[in-house]
Design a protein around this ligand. Sequence first.
Ligand code: A2P
Length: 340
Amino acid sequence: MAESSSRAAPVAAVVGATGAVGRELIACLERRNFPLRQLRLFASARSAGTTLPFRGEPLRVEELTAQGLRGVDVALFSAGGATSRRFVPLAVRAGATVIDNSSAFRMEPDVPLVVPEINPEALRGHRGIIANPNCCAIIAITPLWPLHRANRITRLQITTYQAASGAGAAAMEELRASTRAFLDGESYAPRVLPHPYAFNVFSHNTSVDADSGYNEEETKVMQEIRKIFADPGMRISATCVRVPVLRAHAIALNLECAAPLSVAAARDLIGGAPGVRLVDDRERNYFPMPRDASGQDEILAGRIRQDLSDPSGRSLALFVAGDQLLKGAALNAVQIAERL
Ligand code: A2P
């Protein structure tokens, strides 16, 4: 049954239900026993009439239309920016609160951009749209928040190793198919991503600003971190790179704090961050890996060490890994819905 007995519980919708994030949204709602009166699933006309399992029952996928969204209380959107720009305002007008996984509304001043472990207070006074941040922003800064509060991070350098899932289910399939083709000695023409993906690494597939040289992904990460931390003056630079990994991003972080700090103090703060697990075993050379982060709710953090290029003792280097589809997208969105 897709319905629970509670009359007060909301009617929820997943928009983009058949996608990589959409499927995880459905799984998160089920796993976390999210209180629901009814769950409705929307995707494009291509998927209308297919079914997806929820709480042991097949649920029918509906074509997304403005009329179809009537009666929905909470809508979790993950169907791309164009679909969000068109349908999110319609859903809000129809009375729904929307948690939007696209970048369409993230930087609008009256739209909260929320990581529940960091800035849940931003939800207060929302006007119907709450934005789910960029996956790399979430994975990079959830471990850093307690450290930032104890000793302000004044400068942050981010280098990402991003998985296929951020580009959707089709990109994950491209990684599988092109790897198979490579191993079989066959040629494979990329269809989703702009470059050969198997056994390759390339700069993020978003467009590059001709003046600054930063790509859109890097710009999002930099702007969104400043917004979530409510720290417009934070100096940030990002380099975003796609690696042939299915669903967990790894990120190298270099940060400079306002005052000197020890590795031991940083390890305590980062290890104590909600939603974070320390994986920092120098003896075994065991640190965060996308393989270990895949399918996990927690972000893995480790390789915490003094940045020796800064003799002032204010700089640290570390390495994190987090599941892009979970904490980087679906889990964070469901956590926001739980807060509502
Ligand atoms: P569909 O499977 O019917 O194409 P991903 O991020 O993995 O590529 O998934 C994108 C999701 O967004 C899918 O569920 C896809 O549905 C959905 N989607 C794409 N375009 C539209 C649209 N115009 N209207 C509604 N859903 C859409």
